[in-house]
Structures are given as C-alpha cells and as structure tokens.
Design a protein around this ligand. Structure first.
Ligand code: GLA
Length: 379
C-alpha cells in the first residue's frame, strides 16, 4: 500500500477505488500565445499531483491535502465561484463538470503534490487535472482528453477566477512521455513531437528563481487585454491571424508603440514555435537552441514580462555553458529552462546561485526535467 492509500484508509476506513495523477509542465517555447489562438509546445514534468479517491454516499466531496495537512468538506451548496483557498481548484472541477451537465457523485479525495507551488510550473493545473481524471473515472464518464483540459480550464477561469489560456491544462492532460506537445490553440489539435534531450546531447535544466511573482495576476490580465485590443484594431479575431509575413503591415497599422511591441512578440513567438517543432523533428540542436534565446529576448524587450532575477538567471546560464535559455511560464518570476550539455546542469545551476548571491537575490533551486506522462491512472 502506498502512503497516500494508507492516509486514505485511515481517514475513510476504506481502501480507495483508485489512484490518479496529473503532472506540472514546463513550456519549451510559445509564451502568451495560447490566449491569442496561437501555438505553444510544453512538455509534462515528472512532478505531479496524485489523488487517491473513492465514492461517498452523502453527496459531499471531502478533500484532504497531504501538503497542507488539511481536510475540507465541500457540499453542493458550497460550489460557488470565488471560493478562497487551495480546495477551490478541486471544488472548481466539480462545479465545471456539473455546469457541463455531468452528474458527479460525492467522493473522498486525498491529494499530494510534488509540483513546486508559485514557480510557474502549473501546480494548479496539475491539481485540477488530477481531480478531474479521478472524478471522471469514478463517475464512469468518458470525456475526451481535450474536453477534460477545457473543463479544467473552466474551473481555473470561472471558479478560481484566473483568466489563463488552455496551455497548462492541455499539457497536464495530453502530454506523453518522451514528447513535447505541439498545441494549436485555435484548432485545439495537438501533435506529439518526439523529444528526448539525450539525443541532442543535452539536459533540460529547470531553474526556479524563487522570485515571488506578486504582479503576475494584474500584469497577465493586462497583456491579455492589450493583445485583444491590438487584434481589434487590426480587424482580426485573434493575433494568430497575423502571419510573420504580415507583421510589417500590422506594425505600421498600429499607432500605439506599446501595442506594436506586444504584437511583435506574439507573431514572432508563434513563428518560433513552428521552427522549434521543425528543429525537434530534424534533431537539430543548432536550430533549436537559438530559438530559446530569441524567445527570451522577445519576452524581455517586447512583451516585457521578465524581471531582473529571471534575466540574470538566463544570462548567467548562457555564460556558464547553456546552449539556449529562456524564461518559461506566465512571467514576472518563476522558472527558466536551459539546454545544457549533458552532465553539466549542476555546474550551470551553481554559477547562477553564485550570481544570485552576489546580486543579493534569494538562492535559486534547480532540477533536470525529462518529458514525462500526462494525466492518468496510477493504480
Ligand atoms: C500561464 C497561463 C497559460 C499561458 C502562460 C503563458 O501559465 O496559465 O495559459 O498563457 O501563462 O504562456
């Protein structure tokens, strides 16, 4: 019996019906493109939320977080959007399923997570997708993968109240081990692109700058609004419709210099995602690595979502031997990823730690990530 099953049994007096999981993610490339109907290419982390679950007869959802050492009871009457606290991510999933017309019976849920929280690695999407996967199976629901991702995002957008795109939930649900997920956010189609860093002779270093990203909510919403305003002025439904060839004309048509920068980021980033997919297909590190650098420069100079710690981490990693590096995730802190020659990730991490100490920043944390499995049943 696993420790999680043990806790479940101690709390409920029964064995769980099963154990399910959903992972966090890093985004290899394609930032702030998802809500512009564009392209992104995340992969799942080995870090995940695991949930042991079983049915309850009283119509309530009793949710225990091993990480928080807390149990919360959610009755149908408690399913009101805007509920505070960690349990709102789980309650939001119940709410979203019921809104979509699914009959969701009461359940006991015991959760544990090793996805770093507040680091831009989608710990919340992992929680939503793990609970959704468990509840779907407990209730005998056959919901297609992309629909699961959309339901999890509904929980995030409408119940928790964070106006995100679909990338994180799609990654957590649909990624497969050994692949990056090329995701077309307009068509809602995906392509599993084989990505084994070892075949490129590199490892993917994920370094958490440990920067509290306090501005992330307001700044994220502002970027989204700016992009929609730019699309409106350009007479397109979404910036996805501006091609790389059409970028010059689009920039000329926009009077506001800030909107011009935002558009330039989104359009060039979409192009980089496609180029990165091609580089993965052909196994060309020489083509892949510079795309990460260009993506970072675009986020720093045009989209203006990086912060000094993140920029220092990227610059230091590059100077210490990384072949390409960029911030990953929503921005204003969080993690960078770097393609580092195999066996040298600690060396690069330690260089960044030294630079952070010199600059008076909090110590970073790092690990090496391999593309891992999306949500599923564990036991
Ligand atoms: C956050 C959001 C995603 C996406 C990224 C930026 O992770 O949840 O939907 O917009 O930021 O690429």
């Amino acid at each position: 019996m696993t420790a999680l099953e043990d806790t479940f049994r101690t709390r409920t007096g029964e064995a769980p019906s099963g154990t399910w999981f959903a992972p966090g993610r890093v985004n290899l490339i394609g930032e702030h493109t998802d809500y512009n109907d564009g392209f992104c290419m995340p992969f799942a982390l080995p870090h995940r939320v695991t949930v042991a679950a079983g049915p309850r007869k009283d119509g309530q959802w009793v949710i225990t977080s091993q990480n928080k050492h807390e149990t919360v009871t959610v009755a149908p009457a408690d399913l009101t959007p805007g509920r505070p606290g960690w349990s709102s991510y789980a309650a939001g999933v119940v709410w979203a399923l019921r809104q979509a017309g699914y009959d969701i019976a009461g359940a006991d849920l015991v959760l544990e997570s090793d996805v770093p929280v507040g680091a831009g690695l989608s710990s919340s999407a992992a929680l939503e997708c793990a609970v959704l996967t468990a509840l779907a199976e407990l209730n005998g629901l056959d919901i297609a993968g992309m629909d699961r991702a959309r339901l999890a995002r509904t929980a995030e957008n409408e119940f928790v109240g964070a106006p995100t795109g679909l990338m994180d939930q799609a990654a957590s649900t649909l990624c497969t081990a050994g692949h990056a997920l090329f995701f077309d956010c307009r068509d809602l189609t995906v392509e599993q692109v084989p990505f084994d860093p070892a075949t490129f002779g590199v490892e993917v270093l994920v370094l958490d700058t440990n920067t509290p990203h306090s501005l992330v909510d307001s700044e994220y919403a502002e970027r989204r609004t700016s992009c929609h305003e730019a699309a409106r002025q350009l007479g397109v439904t979404a910036l996805r419709e501006v091609s790389a060839d059409g970028l010059g004309d689009a920039l000329t048509a926009l009077a506001d210099p800030l909107l011009r920068k935002r558009v330039r980021h989104v359009v060039t980033e979409n192009e980089r995602v496609r180029q990165a997919r091609q580089a993965l297909r052909t196994g060309s590190l020489d083509e892949l690595a510079p795309l990460l650098d260009q993506s970072h420069a675009s986020m720093r100079d045009d989209f203006e979502i990086t912060v000094p710690t993140v920029d220092l981490a990227v610059e230091t990693a590059r100077a210490a031997g990384a072949l390409g590096a960029r911030m990953t995730g929503g921005g204003f802190g969080g993690c960078i990823i770097a393609l580092v020659p195999a066996g040298r990730t600690d060396e690069v991490g330690e260089e960044v730690a030294r630079a952070f100490a010199e600059a008076g920043y909090a110590a970073p944390a790092w690990f090496t990530a391999t593309p891992s499995a999306g949500a599923g049943r564990l036991r």
